[in-house]
Structure formats: C-alpha cells, structure tokens
Design a protein around this ligand. Structure first.
Ligand SMILES: [Ca+2]
Length: 517
C-alpha cells in the first residue's frame, strides 16, 4: 500500500525489491525447476549452521522513551520556535512519523493501550480510575513480552499508568522504579536547601535558577544512564523503558530552559477560536489549566504567553534529559545495536480551539510524535506521512527484534514504512475520548455517558459522538486535513460532507466493531 504522499515523503527503495526484480527476468520453467532444486539443496546443507548463527546473534536492544503530553511542537516536526536538538538528532538517525495518533488523549488509557497493543474499548479502560492489571491480571505489556523472550527488561519513571502507584508493571527483570524522594511536580535541592526565587508569575509556572538534578526527570535520566552502563556488560539484550514526565504541567523547570526562548518569540495562539460549527460536546472545562469548573480562572494575555513559554521550556528540558541518555548510548557503543523509539502519550492544547489541555479529538492532542531509529533499516532522516498509531509500536518492535507478536495485539508493524517512507500499512487511525472528559466520581465502575471516536485518514478527520449505552450518534464533525490542517471548520452538515461522510462512517463502524471487550 502506498500513502498518498501529499505531504513530504522520502522515498526509499529497499534492496529486497531490487533483488526481486532481477529474479523475475528468468521465466524458463526448466531453469526455474533446476534453480529451485539447487536452492533446496543448499538450504538443507546450511540449515544447522544458519539456525545456530541465528541463535547466537544478539538481538537488538530497545530503548523506549515515553514523553508525557508531548505534542508535535518540535524542531523535527517543523516548529519554527522549538528547541529540541536531541529529538532532532534522533530524527536525523531514523524515521519521523508525521501522521501518528494516540488511541486516547490522556495518560492512563493511552499508556495501557500502547503498552499492551490493544485499543481502549478492548481493554475497557477510558479513565484514570481503571488500572490495567486490575481489569486484566494476565495482560502482557511490551517489556514483559521481551523479558519472556530472553531480554532483561526494566522501566524507569512514569511509563505505564501514572496512577500514583510505585510499581507500574507486574513483573519485570528488575522492579520498576520511580525516583524515590523526588516528586514529579516540585523542585528539590540536596539537604532540603532553600530554593532560589521564582521568576515566573502564573500559578502553573515556576522559573528558578536550580540545577537539572533538582527535578524528577533528571534523576530518572541519571538512573537510566547508570542502568545502561550495567546493561552494556550483559550478554543478553535489554528492553529499557524510560518515562519522562515533562512537558506535562506544571511548567516548573530550571531557569536556563526558560532562557532558551524570548517571550516575544513565543507564537500567539494559532487558532484561538473554536472551529466554526463545532458541537459543544467536542469541548470540555479545561480543568488542568483553568481549575475546576466551579472555581475557574481566566487567563489574560500575559498569563497565556507565560504558560505557552513554560510548555516550550519544559519540552526543551525533557529533550535535554533524553539527550543525556542518547549520549550514554553512544559512549557505551550501544548505538549500532539499539532500536530507539520515542513517543508522546498524548498531545496538548495551549489555547488552540479555546482549549487548554488534552481530552479532545482534535489534532492538537490526538496527533503525537513517533520517531523510530532502527539501525540498518531504511533511510536515515526519513519523514513519512503514512498513518500510524501508538499501538503499532509493539508489533514494530517485535518485528524488528525477530520476536513473535503476542496473540492479543490489535496493531500493525510499521517496518514496511521504515524500509520505504512512501509505503503505508493502514488507511486510518482511531482515537477516542469520552464525555464527561473526566469522571473521577463513581470509582472504577463508573462509565462514560458519551464516547467520541475520531477516524483519521490521510485526508479527513471524521468524529462521531455516540451515546455510550445505546450507541446512537449524538453529534458528528468532519475536518478536511488537506485544505484546513488546523481544523477550523466543521464540515458536517454541508453539501460537501454528504458524499464524504458515509464511507468514513462505515470505516469507523467497522473499526469500532473489531475491538474485543
Ligand atoms: Ca499524558
């Protein structure tokens, strides 16, 4: 399958295709039979040797890094302001997926989904009140699967849930760790020394002249580097999962990351208004930034700019911590045998569409970064507009590592796209989020009232809001990603949409029916 390539797409011709074309020239049947017999004979002679070699060959290591609430405001995704030199460095070594989507734009459900390779509907996890192993005690996540196949597997930082549990994963080679003593949201100096003054004003921001290791993520990165040094000496391959909490709010990062940007260079909100004709259900109360609906604050222009500045600063801080781990990989000479994958678990609105936060179906939070560097596979520095989803990371990694995929996967390997950036493996991605956007009350048994589904193709973003009990459609949206990439006009209800929506609705229906509750 070829993607439409209406966006930039670096074409790579794989060696397999060249060899295949050459062989096709010999069409004489007798020659073919003779050739076949010779191949079988040689194969029989070599079988014990090749099997042994395969068993001896060390499988590739995997470094899997999850950034929290990271949207596509990155240099390698074309953002003119972002300073993300280390993620850009990884992009230059691998493939950037420009139309990659999360399955649900919020931490817990998104992470349960991509770590198990299953969709939120199949898992029955749509809120932060449901924990993967409580509902699915036998669930197998990526590091566990690799561990079952001979890998040393470990996880550092917030990787699976973000539920406040100390140990996210049920079983790993080494119990997973949070950075004890540090909290995600506060600076901490040795011996509880007093902090220098806060130069930021907004309550969501803190700008203090402290070293990196006063922050949670820097300690996580240091721990990952220590582990890499030990893992490099082991005979078996490793799967190291690292969670980097920033650029998740609050925007509390050291001053030097704030100083990487001039406030006046931070772009104004590109699309401050709601999309024309968008239904009310597409939005929510923006509680993460504005507070609970009963006591919401309003943001003046100064506060908006500071929060947006803070997000960029937090992203650059996260990028720097990742860079330290990437440096260690190079210093330890692990680069040539380590697959590196980075993702954002969900994106984030910084005032776009009148939304501050996540939990919508719009591209600002449904679309997330995915960069894969697999040494020896494809062309370095490639960009692809092939549709991909975070659940696809699991089978891509098993494919690249020569492992079988686990049986419950609902995803597709992206290796064909890594080999040829103009190839594609699927025609649509599926992102969903319920309403109410958050339903903490009612505990784990609580269910949504409405479920929103978005079908993302190479041209369209089609949204259906369905009554959770009856399945009846209560609202629809249609955005033309080609002529309106910022999704400013909902076309549902227009003449143009009458012809476009039925096949998209049928495709969405087929995809949602395939989930396995
Ligand atoms: Ca998140």
């Amino acid at each position: 399958m070829r993607n439409s390539c209406w966006r930039k797409c670096d074409h790579v011709v794989s060696n397999d295709k060249k060899i295949g074309n050459k062989k096709m020239k010999n069409r004489n049947p007798f020659f073919c039979l003779q050739f076949f017999c010779r191949i079988v004979f040689i194969a029989l002679l070599l079988t014990p040797l090749t099997t042994l070699q395969a068993a001896d060959a060390k499988k590739p290591n995997v470094l899997f890094v999850v950034f929290d609430d990271l949207n596509n405001r990155l240099g390698c995704y074309g953002d003119p302001v972002a300073k993300s030199p280390n993620l850009d460095r990884l992009a230059a070594r691998g493939t950037v997926f420009t139309r990659n989507f999360c399955q649900q734009p919020i931490c817990g459900p998104s992470r349960a989904s991509f770590m198990s390779g299953r969709r939120p509907d199949s898992l029955g996890i749509w809120s932060m009140t449901k924990y993967l192993y409580d509902l699915h005690p036998d669930a197998v996540t990526m590091p566990q699967w690799f561990m079952q196949h001979g890998y040393t597997a470990m996880s550092i930082g917030k990787v699976l849930g973000g539920y406040g549990k100390e140990a996210d994963f049920k079983t790993l080679s080494v119990p997973d760790r949070r950075t004890g003593g540090k909290t995600k949201d506060e600076f901490a100096l040795p011996n509880s020394s007093p902090l220098p003054p806060n130069l930021a004003k907004d309550l969501l921001c803190e700008n203090r002249d402290v070293p990196d290791d006063a922050c949670f993520d820097a300690v996580s990165a240091s721990l990952a580097i220590t582990e890499l040094r030990a893992l490099a000496k082991k005979p078996e391959p490793f799967f190291l999962a690292l969670g980097i909490f920033k650029p998740h709010s609050p925007y509390k990062v050291p001053k030097r990351y704030w100083d990487m940007y001039r406030r006046e260079d931070i772009p104004a909100i590109e699309t401050p208004a709601r999309p024309r004709n968008a239904p009310e259900i597409a939005f929510h109360a923006n509680h993460e930034v504005l507070g609970e609906p009963t006591a919401q604050r309003t943001l003046n222009e100064e506060a908006r700019r500071e929060i947006r500045h803070g997000y960029y600063a937090a992203m650059s801080f996260a990028d720097a911590q990742f860079g330290r781990v990437l440096d260690a990989l190079d210093e330890l000479k692990l680069r040539d045998n380590t697959i590196v994958v980075i993702i954002g678990d969900n994106g984030f609105h910084l005032g776009e569409h009148d939304v501050w936060g996540k939990m919508t179906l719009f591209g600002w939070d449904a679309r997330v970064p995915l960069i894969i560097s697999a040494p020896g596979i494809g062309k370095v520095g490639a960009k692809t507009s092939a549709i991909s989803e975070l659940i696809d990371v699991f089978p891509t990694l098993t494919d690249l590592s020569g492992l079988p995929p686990p049986p419950q996967l609902e995803a597709t390997s992206l290796v064909p796209v890594l080999k040829d950036a103009c190839a594609s493996v699927k025609t649509a991605a599926l992102t969903q989020h319920p309403r109410p956007a958050l339903y903490w009350g009612g505990g784990p048994q609580a269910l949504p009232q409405v479920m929103g589904y978005a079908l993302k193709t190479d041209r369209w973003s089609y949204h259906e809001w369905r009554d959770f009990k009856t399945g009846s459609v209560v609202a629809t949206e249609l955005y033309d990603e080609k002529t309106d990439p910022l999704e400013t006009v909902n076309l549902a209800g227009t003449e143009e949409a009458k012809a476009v929506i039925p096949p998209l609705a049928a495709q969405l229906n087929a995809m949602t029916k395939r989930t396995k509750p």
